[in-house]
Design a protein around this ligand. Structure first.
Ligand code: BES
Ligand code: ZN
Length: 474
């Protein structure tokens, strides 16, 4: 897939030679082959959290990671939850009074289907054209790996770390992090830290390191429509019995107005404007709608009238249908009036919307518009709060310096349309700033066939994240 932002350059921001400390750089270069061999091992484990028939593999990924942290000298525990376990790894030998950094990542991945659209097998990592292809390469095993190796490099070269480090790696991010909020509360004392660092997002464009200033939240629903007690002959019954598929279509068609706004009463009540400086920065980023259209393969874009694409993606809430199921979908024709219909629907949320409130509003809306003759139920599957950072303070300054050194140019500030449910919990429970610094790239195919991470970004990312620890105490 062509990607929208590859050819854009921000030359004015290019700095001289990247300046990574020679000892760290040399160790990472010397160990480069082993680093990628081990990452490939991690990527070969099909830790698909959504699939219960893969639970053994998901656990194997946790055990594999556990062994790696133990191997580099971290006190490591694999802690069971009601779902997949959390790997908690701690290194607390920094000088007295040294700060503590918490690193978070996830070892679970999205299902790889449709398998036939992968050029090489989803769990058979392969490098082509500087890209490492595999499910989980960018989301998030490869990015978590950047931190593991940054820590290993520091320990190998210096024999110590300048800060205490706690790592938590979860196995349920891709299914909504259901048990992690409670985990963070229960283990709050062990997780206490001065800053949280997460790499589970993307850079704005190749060569342009990026710091995230916001994530959207999520509220995910299943809407079920039950009609007659069984499928019916559409000739014998059609016209007199309400068709659940049509009823569902009607309900779905009420969710937006003509201008692309969400027509659920009260939906926008808690939406607060983004700071003017953030919006100004967003407008300065080089972004082309035409390229974006080409990247996704459409002739026209949609959404709310009067908003730019980046505004729509980063600062506005949405309601999308994620899947639909009803009636006959096999080969040929079948004249049937289906008994049921189902849609998966999710809302992306922005500050200060709350998933629980959106659940109430959406349920009230569906009750109001559901036609008679069918029974409609709405189930809330999972949710997460939106997040917005105030990018001032020590960890952000350190990140700017480390990224500048490793990438040879200053980072830009970007927003993001995706969600990482635990980020809000970290901020709320641990009261620590969260630095989101991602190493993916546009077109990386996260959640899709042919997911990849740039090999160069992994290399620079390891250097930047190793330096971050030095810069944090500088
Ligand atoms: N890594 C993504 C989140 C993300 C995507 C951040 C793009 C920044 C840019 C994460 O693994 C993910 O996909 N999250 C899910 C969360 C959901 C299942 C609760 C998402 O956003 O759909
Ligand atoms: Zn992820």
């Amino acid at each position: 897939m062509a990607d929208a932002r590859t050819t854009i350059s921000l030359d004015a921001m290019i700095m001289a030679d990247p300046k990574v400390p020679a000892d760290l750089d040399a160790w990472l270069s010397k160990n480069d082959q082993r680093i990628f061999e081990e990452l490939n091992e991690f990527l070969r484990i099909p830790s698909v959290s959504a699939r219960s028939d893969h639970d053994g593999e998901t656990r194997r990924a946790a055990a594999w990671l556990h062994a790696k942290f133990a191997g580099i000298g971290f006190a490591t525990e694999t802690i069971p939850t009601a779902g997949h376990p959390v790997v908690l790894a701690e290194w607390r030998k920094a000088p007295a009074g040294a700060p503590t950094i918490l690193v978070y990542g996830h070892y679970d991945v999205q299902p790889p289907e449709p398998l036939e659209l992968w050029t090489s097998p989803a769990f058979g990592p392969q490098v082509r054209d500087g890209k490492l292809f595999a499910r989980g390469s960018v989301d998030d095993k490869g990015q978590l790996w950047i931190h593991v190796k940054a820590l290993e490099a520091q320990l190998a070269v210096r024999g110590t770390l300048p800060v205490n480090v706690v790592v938590i790696a979860e196995g349920e991010e891709e299914v909504g992090s259901e048990h992690l909020g409670a985990f963070v509360e229960q283990y709050a004392a062990r997780l206490a830290c001065d800053a949280v660092v997460i790499s589970d997002s993307s850079m704005f464009a190749p060569g342009i390191p990026s710091i995230l200033s916001s994530l959207r939240g999520l509220a995910y629903f299943e809407i079920s429509v039950q009609g007659p007690s069984s499928d019916l002959h559409s000739g014998m019954y059609g016209g007199a019995v309400v068709n659940p598929a049509m009823a569902l279509a009607r309900i779905l068609s009420t969710f937006h107005d003509r201008r692309g706004r969400i027509a659920i009463k009260g939906f926008y009540d808690k939406v607060t404007p983004f700071p003017a400086a953030v919006l100004r920065g967003m407008r300065r980023l080089p972004f082309s709608d035409a390229r974006f259209r080409r990247e996704v393969g459409v002739k026209a874009l949609g959404g709310e009238a009067g908003k730019t694409t980046l505004e729509k993606l980063w600062t506005r809430p949405t309601l999308e249908v994620n899947g639909m199921l009803s009636g006959y979908t096999g080969e040929g024709a079948k004249t049937v009036l289906p008994a049921t219909a189902m849609a998966k629907v999710s809302c992306r949320l922005v500050p200060d919307q709350r998933p629980e409130a959106i659940e109430r509003l959406l349920k009230a809306h569906v009750r109001k518009v559901a036609p008679p003759g069918v029974r409609v139920t709405v189930q809330h599957l999972h949710g997460g709060r939106p997040w917005r950072a105030d990018l001032s303070g020590r960890v952000f300054d350190a990140a700017r310096r480390a990224l500048s050194a490793a990438f040879g140019r200053e980072p830009v500030v970007v927003g993001e349309g995706g969600s990482i449910p635990v980020v809000g919990d970290f901020e709320r429970v641990l009261k620590a700033p969260v630095l989101l610094v991602g190493f993916g790239l546009p077109g990386e195919n996260a959640h899709a066939p042919d997911e990849w991470i740039s090999v160069d970004n992994v290399r620079r990312g390891m250097r930047a994240m190793a330096m971050l620890l030095d810069e944090y105490v500088a």
